[in-house]
Design a binder for this molecule. Structure first.
Ligand SMILES: [Mg+2]
Length: 452
């Protein structure tokens, strides 16, 4: 057994500073989802890929791998190795659905993650420092949840950078040795004291970005293992594999990898979409629906102890065109009144001449809500979430709330304009009065409609 593989004994494991990056990779993802959806495939050699003469295998079950079938292999070769191979065309919407649930599980550990395709995710664990999380225990629990909730297997790697985390997750997985499946350790941590030795014995093709063509070039130079790579200077390497590849290979050979886990909070949102059985035609109905949406979104935000700075409204009409409007605020919101106020201001700027078939409300650009942030503060702290818009019991602060919201609503109108004059309505609870107009003419600027 690999002595670098550490099983689940968190008491002896690293701190988050010694294992700041976690990489999790689902095993045989597409093929596994196919088997879950059709239990008759259980125990059979199953692949997802192109079955035609020029088809390539995208994902192979471990049953298929026992025959030597691998992803990226031409399907004709795979069929020669395993004549009973079942090659399925793939259903990406199913994989995406599983992938979303996978991300939700990861998000429970930390919001600081970077997906890589549908079945791999990097996590930056440093944000967990104060919570005294033991990375090995967190990894073992993550793997258990993925197994319990998705019925999928995974390998998890831990290291001080992306390079080691990814190499380690590969080592954590099951492998085929002599036609037999050998279980992997599941979780592998590369200890800083052993990482140089561990890295040196790996083949160069294990390194990130080294595909068959680069591996062949390196082999022609007599470079099969990382330890050999470490002795070649970068300029020489560059003559054969190009400057960019030479630069990363030289760094990797020394265990260096300065790539950060890139967290795209902007891309993540908490939202609620509803398609109506009967399309909405009246503005008061639309505003009422938005209030319900705002309550759902606010509850979700508070559940995650987050406040959102960006509110987006999406409208889809009966003719299948859609319009969206977003406003990013100087402060964060997590209450339905505030969210509804901004959403209502946004919806006013949309020319609602058609019947509304779908209404969506999304909140994004998250900030952490500080735990002790509810104390009374008249000084406006600009370094954190603006305290003016936090829920507060005091009437005075509530007064300031309204001003901040009014400013934000004015900002929406200044940016997008008003579509026309029309009836006035009101957002009642909480007392923020928002004028609502509706007209059949679009006087507003920049009405951007797009096809779905
Ligand atoms: Mg995978």
């Amino acid at each position: 057994m690999n002595r670098f593989a550490v099983s689940n004994s968190p008491s002896e494991g690293p701190t988050v500073d010694e294992a700041s990056v976690l990489h999790v990779d689902l095993d045989a993802f597409f093929a596994s989802v196919e088997i879950l959806d059709d239990p008759k495939l259980q125990g059979k050699p199953v692949c997802v890929g192109g079955a035609g003469a020029r088809g390539v295998i995208a994902s192979a079950s471990y049953e298929a791998r026992r025959f030597g079938v691998r992803s990226a292999m031409p399907s004709l070769i795979a069929l020669r190795l395993c004549p009973d191979l079942i090659i399925l065309p793939g259903r990406f919407e199913r994989y995406e659905a599983y992938s979303r649930r996978f991300r939700d599980i990861i998000n429970d550990l930390t919001p600081d993650f970077e997906p890589l395709g549908l079945d791999e995710i990097f996590c930056d664990l440093r944000s967990l420092r104060r919570l005294h999380v033991a990375p090995l225990l967190a990894a073992a629990q993550l793997r258990q949840r993925i197994s319990d909730e998705l019925a999928l297997r995974s390998g998890i790697g831990l290291g001080r950078n992306k390079l080691f985390a990814k190499l380690a997750s590969k080592q954590a997985k099951p492998r085929v040795v002599g036609g037999e499946l050998v279980e992997g350790p599941g979780v592998v941590w590369v200890s800083p004291t052993l990482e140089a030795e561990w890295l040196e014995q790996l083949p160069v093709r294990a390194l990130w970005g080294v595909g068959p063509a680069t591996a062949a070039k390196l082999e022609r130079l007599g470079l099969r293992y990382v330890r050999e790579l470490a002795h070649v200077d970068e300029a020489t390497l560059a003559q054969h594999v190009g400057v960019a590849m030479a630069s990363s290979l030289s760094a990797y050979a020394k265990g260096e990898d300065h790539r950060e886990v890139v967290v795209s909070r902007e891309a993540k949102s908490v939202g609620h979409d509803q398609t109506f059985a009967r399309s909405l035609e009246r503005l008061d109905e639309i505003v009422d629906a938005l209030k319900v949406h705002a309550a759902v979104v606010a509850r979700a935000l508070r559940g995650e102890s987050r406040v959102a700075r960006t509110i987006t409204v999406i409208v889809r009409f009966d003719d299948r065109t859609s319009v969206s409007r977003a406003q990013t605020l100087a402060f964060g919101l997590d209450d339905e009144m505030g969210i509804a106020a901004i959403a209502t201001a946004l919806i006013q700027t949309i020319n609602l001449t058609g019947a509304v078939r779908l209404l969506g409300l999304h909140a994004s650009t998250f900030l952490e809500r500080e735990r002790n942030a509810l104390q009374l503060s008249f000084a406006i702290d600009t370094t954190t979430v603006d305290p003016r818009v936090r829920a507060s019991e005091t009437g005075l602060e509530r007064q300031v709330d309204r001003e901040a919201l009014r400013d934000a609503v004015d900002e929406v109108r200044r940016r997008f304009g008003r579509t026309s004059l029309g009836t006035a309505s009101e957002l009642k609870e909480g007392g923020v009065h928002i004028e609502v107009q509706r007209g059949s003419h679009a006087f507003g600027p920049n009405q951007s409609r797009s096809d779905e």
